[in-house]
Design a binder for this molecule. Structure first.
Ligand code: DQA
Length: 147
């Protein structure tokens, strides 16, 4: 079994730390990725991190995960609420999928309450700030290391 986990971030998450810090916090995506990499290594796993503002690039990464990753932690950004194509790609993936939102999307505008990705996700995280990524990682490792 692969011990590699993909952490994928969608549009505008490259601006983490600068973009609406009242909602998304002051940490940068590089900070989050560094913490996740260290946590994964301490648990005997590796992570590959990718951020893109382009739907097709995220879809290509999900396709690559079919051979290269035992789990995907995905913050699709606004594609969460719009992308059937990302859902279709995830439906062609056999490993674990965790949907991770920094903010509590359910306390925000109604258009953020619906997620296409949730139809495939094994777990959904929302409102735990950037710590949510590490919580998803711990859950993935816990499920993957259970007999
Ligand atoms: C987000 C929530 C989405 O609604 C929004 O479009 C984002 C970030 C979050 O992490 O809270 O870009 O996925």
């Amino acid at each position: 079994m692969s011990r590699n986990i993909f952490i994928l971030n969608g549009p505008n998450l490259n601006l983490l730390g600068q973009r609406q810090p009242d909602i998304y916090g002051a940490e940068t995506l590089a900070d989050v990725e560094t913490r996740c990499r260290a946590l994964a290594e301490s648990l005997g796993f590796t992570v590959e991190c990718l951020q893109s503002n382009h739907e097709g690039v995220l879809i290509d990464a999900i396709h690559r995960a079919r051979l290269e990753a035992c789990a995907i932690i995905l913050n699709p950004g606004a594609f969460t609420h719009t992308s059937i194509a990302i859902l279709d790609a995830l439906n062609a993936y056999d490993g674990l999928v965790f949907e991770c939102h920094i903010s509590n999307v359910h306390r925000r505008e109604t258009f953020r309450h619906h997620s296409y990705v949730s139809l495939r996700a094994d777990g959904v995280m929302a409102g735990f700030g950037t710590e949510g990524y590490e919580l998803c990682l711990r859950r993935a490792v816990s499920l993957l290391t259970k007999a």
